[in-house]
Design a protein around this ligand. Structure first.
Ligand code: NAG
Ligand code: NAG
Ligand code: NAG
Ligand code: NAG
Length: 319
């Protein structure tokens, strides 16, 4: 165990400057937008839809509509999600996460009425595109999140963590007791899911990812985190599984099973940061990536409602 995390430290130290645009004064780094509590939880639903579809399909082969057809409120089914080739333990865990996501969607919908599901891109090409950008090279063979448990967990590294940072960012702006209680409870499970995914990856940190020339799992998680920091443009909000000591808890460790700040407190993200990251465009006004036609709800649409978004209006069916 002694060797865990050590090899990466030098490399990560170099990427410090690179990962730290520190634009924290930039307006979209402040969550103080004019939005109601309901708008803020509706924004979170966008991420819950991604999680529900990715986990349910990955573990069971069936999407949200097979379990509860009303929650999507007529929004299009996701494209590209499919059953993953998971080992039995991973499959059981992901299946449970998928059902938890149904619960989250129901909780928000029952309390606030919900929003239609946005179009969600869960194709292998979309994941490969994000991974390729993170690593800075094209995968060969093409990265396929559904091919095996390791790839699926690496793809999952993209998902609950972003939701977690969004909940941490939203809570301070909430007004009403019932909504605060709801979001606190959602945050608890979301961060648990992230911790499980990170633990499963941590155990495999020295395994090599052949699609990217044999880089380690630890290095790949670090590259993904750096990409998200770059896209979010508000400094470091995201850390891989192994970090230089200046990012480790109390500057005493390079092990980083949880991503947190210098007080070991979770990072927060604003809605704009989340849109920049999940669109993959670094611009909350320009949709793409996981939400090719934009996220739904008043907050996301407030940034989006200018310009033309390709053929999104006519889009209605999955592939
Ligand atoms: C948010 O902005 C409003 C209006 O500009 C201001 O009154 C309020 O103090 C701000 N809140 C925080 C936490 O910055
Ligand atoms: C779907 O979720 C809604 C909202 O919680 C609930 O009222 C409904 O009974 C659920 N439908 C099924 C088939 O479980
Ligand atoms: C999903 O993403 C891939 C990769 O960027 C892209 O080729 C494909 O057109 C996207 N699908 C939709 C429906 O936007
Ligand atoms: C750890 O190091 C960072 C940067 O060098 C510093 O800002 C921070 O205060 C240190 N944290 C502790 C707990 O000493």
């Amino acid at each position: 165990m002694f060797k865990l995390c050590l090899a990466l430290v030098l490399l990560l130290a170099i990427s410090k400057i690179h990962a730290n645009p520190v634009d924290s004064g930039y307006p979209s780094c402040s969550g103080n937008i004019s939005a109601s509590d309901v708008d803020r939880v509706h924004f979170a639903l966008n991420l819950e839809f991604i999680e529900a579809e990715f986990f349910l399909r990955g573990a069971t082969g069936k999407g949200l509509d097979a379990f509860n057809a009303t929650l999507a409120q007529g929004g299009p089914p996701p494209v590209g999600a499919r059953k993953a080739n998971l080992d039995p333990k991973t499959r059981r865990i992901i299946e449970e996460f998928g059902y938890q996501e149904i619960g989250h969607l129901r909780a928000i919908t029952d309390m606030t009425g919900g929003i239609p599901r946005p179009l969600v891109n869960l194709t292998r090409e979309n994941f490969a595109m994000f991974m390729d950008r993170a690593v800075g090279r094209r995968s060969n063979p093409r990265f396929d999140p559904y091919a095996n448990s390791l790839n699926y967990l690496l793809a999952s590294y993209y998902i609950p963590y972003v939701g977690l940072t969004g909940y941490v960012g939203a809570i301070p702006y909430l007004v009403y007791f019932n909504i605060k209680r709801l979001v606190a409870g959602l945050l608890g499970v979301e961060s648990g899911q992230d911790a499980v995914i990170r633990t499963l990856l941590y155990e495999r940190q020295n395994e090599r990812v052949e699609e990217y020339g044999g880089i380690t799992v630890a290095k790949l998680t670090n590259e993904i985190s750096i990409l998200r920091n770059e896209l979010g443009m508000c400094g470091i909000k995201d850390e891989g599984l192994c970090v230089p000591p200046w990012l480790g808890a109390e500057n005493r460790t390079t092990s980083n099973i949880l991503s947190a700040n210098t007080y070991s407190i979770s990072y927060d993200r604003t809605a704009q940061e989340i849109l920049k990251v999940m669109y993959g465009t670094g611009d909350e006004h320009r949709p793409g990536g996981f939400w090719p036609c934009g996220a739904n709800g008043r907050i996301a649409r407030m940034f989006l409602d200018q310009g033309d978004h390709g053929d999104c209006r006519v889009y209605s069916e999955g592939d």
